[in-house]
Design a protein around this ligand. Structure first.
Ligand code: NAP
Ligand code: F7E
Length: 331
């Protein structure tokens, strides 16, 4: 039975990945930070086969202890401050967790090491935000980075550290440069889920409108379940490498609104969407479009959920969950 340790287990990707790895017969350990973190219980209820271990990406000794305790075959480093907007407000914290946190977990993996026959394999959650003010379109593994936020800068640090540990210590370390991926488990702070949840609540009479920032930026949005499968595939190869994971399609926030409001039966979204400057960013990433040819050719990976299917899946899940909350409040 293979053993996997996942940091960021309480986040969107951690939950999807844990479910898939348990389905493949792995013994899965999820790292939870903090004292009595309520999300630990939530993921344990969702996935009873999961085992929780304590640890924090800000605390090297806790990471060494977690890796020593679990003795993993594979470590997936998904933990981060992942919300770009927050990274502008708390850049130092973001640098520490999203950037230096990668160095700390790499150190823990290097120090504990695994066995000669079975060294620990490491996955780093790199991001299309590293491309930022893009130098070329579409973006691939060779595209130069130009990050536009403290989050993007921290991810570039983590990305290069992962490469450096691979080259310096012969660590089996891969980075997945993942473009935006969404789904029912996406945090409510991100624009896609904010929109699908907002529409569900408007439909049920629970709110009147959705306040948004810049509607012109373009994102290459895929489904999170497909993207965690790509992470696993990266760690099954003979040699470690870096891969772009993307759909190869890009859409504006306006297009997302068009599809989502139409699904809910509205002719137009303009009456329900207001602009709030608080959601504008000091620097924006205008256009992301990924070229995942390498992942397709070497990993045999392809996205399975189209853009309209993704929006529908998210809207229907939000409608169902808001309806069930309403029913339980009435009881
Ligand atoms: P997410 O939902 O925001 O989850 C982030 C996770 O990091 C949470 O489990 C959080 O735990 C954990 N975390 C935060 N601070 C930590 C710390 N000090 N020590 C240990 N864990 C900590 O993010 P996601 O969407 O699942 O993304 C997973 C990873 O992929 C992240 O590294 C993200 O930056 C990266 N990424 C995401 C996308 C995307 O579109 N989703 C694209 C490219 C890259 P708490 O619950 O305790 O806060
Ligand atoms: O913003 C615009 C916003 O916060 C998308 C993270 O997973 O993907 C994610 O980062 C776009 C931006 O995601 C609102 O200005 C407009 O242009 O959903 P988002 P993100 O910044 O692309 C990358 C790949 C990651 O790695 C990150 O971890 O939508 N936008 N109005 C808004 N965004 C938000 N959140 N809220 C708004 O009201």
């Amino acid at each position: 039975m293979k053993r996997a340790l996942i940091t960021g287990i309480t986040g969107q990707d951690g939950r999807h990945l844990a479910e898939q790895l348990v389905g493949k017969g792995y013994q899965v350990f999820g790292m939870v930070r903090g004292q009595n973190n309520p999300k630990g219980q939530m993921v344990q209820d969702e996935n009873p086969a999961l085992e929780l271990v304590d640890g924090d990406l800000q605390d090297l000794s806790s990471l060494i202890a977690a890796v020593e305790q679990v003795q993993p075959d594979e470590v997936y480093n998904l933990g981060a401050i992942s919300f770009v907007q927050l990274s502008f407000k708390q850049p130092e914290l973001t640098g520490d967790i999203t950037g230096l946190g990668v160095l700390r977990i790499l150190e823990a993996v290097r120090i504990v090491g695994g066995t000669v026959d079975n060294p620990i394999r490491f996955y780093q959650a790199s991001s299309s935000e590293m491309f930022g003010k893009v130098r070329e379109t579409p973006q691939n593994e060779r595209t130069a980075f130009h990050p536009r936020s403290p989050y993007g800068v921290a991810k570039v640090f983590g990305h290069y550290m992962t490469m450096n540990y691979r080259e310096s210590y012969d660590l089996y370390a891969c980075s997945g440069i993942l473009f935006n991926h969404e789904g029912e488990k996406r945090g409510l702070e991100f624009v896609t889920r904010k929109i699908t949840n907002g529409i569900a609540r408007i439909k049920l009479g629970l709110q009147d409108s959705i306040s948004l920032g810049n509607l012109e930026s373009q994102r290459d949005w895929g489904y999170a379940g497909d993207y965690v499968d790509a992470m696993w595939r990266m760690l099954q190869q003979d040699e470690p490498d870096d891969y772009v994971v993307a759909t190869g399609e890009t859409h504006t926030i306006r297009e997302f609104l068009d599809v989502a409001f139409a699904l809910a039966g509205y002719e137009s979204w303009e009456p329900y969407v207001t602009h709030d400057v608080r959601f504008d960013r000091p620097a924006e990433v205008d256009l992301l479009l990924g070229d995942a040819t390498k992942a397709k050719e070497k990993l045999g990976w392809t996205p399975t959920v189209s853009f309209p299917e993704l929006v529908e899946r998210m809207y229907l899940a939000d409608l169902k969950s808001e309806q069930s909350t309403m029913r339980s409040r009435r009881r």
